[in-house]
Design a protein around this ligand. Structure first.
Ligand code: ADP
Length: 395
């Protein structure tokens, strides 16, 4: 049967369709610039990308276009072949510790959580609505980026702030990238030939957004992102942790408003802010090789902070069996992996530099005498979503 995994953004809709349970990718693509006269529809079939420019008024039109193309191109003979749709949802808050079948009460809760992730949850709802309109008989499943982190205990997810902020406004850590952290942790156990229940794993999801998790016995016990994805390590454009007083200090010095300050921390900090070059790690490495000191500094700050988290999670878990790298930078940047592992060598982790000199492949990259295994595991969030659709919708 065919299962569609969907990630709806404010002006885009990414899709990937699987033949399940074989877990074979049938097609994938993206609709971009939704709302414009010159929107893009891109679809990949048999490894070949095809792009069309056309007006796409809203997400329902985007979904209709996608389904029309599936029929037109013979990918499905009838839409009945699509038996389930899985939606990536960034913020599931305190409501969801697992994926769920979407009904009106789930929609209401995702809507309520928009306050915590307005840029993400609102477009997700628009995506859900579009699929429910166009394919009313097909089950839709919500898969939350936060649910894997719901196993954290209070001491890990609470901030040391007035308690009422937690009880009344639900201010606490929720984390993000949970689907990815879970996938790579469980896959790591498979590669090690061990039961995940017996392992302590630190997962490093390093993309434009980046987070680190401590996974003990298959459960997340701590993660670096917080109430929102701004907390944790510095990222492409996000600052990660800092003293909150920086905000009032800069407001006083430069007259910034609160929204403006948060936007600067989300969009103009991290790699971009420190280097002044780019938010893209490839550009930073190129600039660094050409002698740009600020580009090197931006990377070094991030590597130091990643190492700090690994050290802290090592202590919190009482050891570590494996460290896993994933996502755009984790999968592609050998220098990043080398720098981070070098900085945690005191834990007994050591890379095989030759094995590390690869991109985007599933591989053990630690040296034979390393006390901690190190893996590169490309993430498969969409596959996790498709698997959850099968499980939750009982297909
Ligand atoms: P997100 O999903 O959070 O937008 P990605 O996981 O796609 O981010 O990661 C984007 C980051 O991955 C960028 O900093 C980019 O430079 C880096 N990246 C992607 N491909 C490569 C590559 N071939 N070499 C080095 N870095 C790469």
């Amino acid at each position: 049967m065919k299962i569609m995994s969907v990630n709806a953004g404010s002006s885009s809709l990414k899709f990937k369709m699987y033949e399940m349970p074989e877990e074979k990718v049938i097609t994938e693509g993206i609709v971009e610039r939704i709302g414009l006269e010159d929107a893009y529809f891109t679809i990949k079939i048999n490894g070949e990308k095809q792009k069309e420019v056309l007006p796409i008024k809203d997400h329902s039109v985007a979904v209709q276009k996608l389904l029309d193309e599936l029929i037109k191109r013979g990918i499905v003979k009838s839409l009945d072949e699509i038996q389930g749709i899985g939606h990536r949802i960034v913020q599931g808050g305190w409501y969801f510790d697992d994926s769920v079948l979407i009904d009106q009460s789930v929609i209401d809760k995702i809507d309520e959580l928009c306050a915590l992730a307005p840029l993400h949850n609102r477009p997700h709802l628009i995506g859900i609505d579009a699929f429910r309109k166009v394919l009313p008989a097909v089950p839709n499943v919500a898969v939350f980026d936060t649910s894997f982190h719901q196993t954290m205990t209070e001491e890990a997810f609470m901030y040391a702030i007035p308690y009422e902020w937690y009880t009344e406004q639900k201010v606490r850590k929720y984390g993000a990238h949970g689907t990815s952290h879970k996938y790579v942790a469980y896959r790591c156990a498979e590669l090690m030939g061990k039961d995940v229940k017996d392992l302590k794993i630190i997962t490093c999801h390093l993309g434009n957004g980046a987070s680190i998790s401590a996974v003990k016995g298959g459960k997340c016990i701590d993660t670096s992102m917080g109430l929102t994805p701004l907390e944790g390590i510095p990222m492409g454009t996000r600052s990660g942790n800092l003293d909150p007083t920086v905000l009032s200090y800069m407001a006083e010095k430069k007259g910034y408003g609160l929204d403006e300050l948060i936007t600067i921390l989300n969009k103009k900090s991290g790699y971009l802010g420190v280097s002044g070059v780019s938010n893209d790690s490839r550009d930073l490495e190129e600039a660094m090789d050409a002698g740009n000191e600020r580009a090197k500094l931006a990377l070094d700050i991030q590597y130091k902070r990643i190492a700090d988290y690994i050290g802290s999670y090592y202590v919190y878990m009482g050891g570590v069996d494996a460290i896993v790298f994933t996502a755009g930078i984790g999968e592609n940047c050998a220098r990043c992996r080398e720098q981070v592992i070098e900085r945690v060598s005191v834990l007994g982790a050591k890379l095989d530099l030759e094995a590390n000199n690869v991109r985007g492949v599933e591989k053990e990259i630690s040296s034979q005498d390393s006390k901690v295994k190190v893996y590169l595991i490309p993430t498969e969030e969409e596959l996790m979503i498709a698997r959850d659709v099968m499980r939750v919708a009982n297909l």
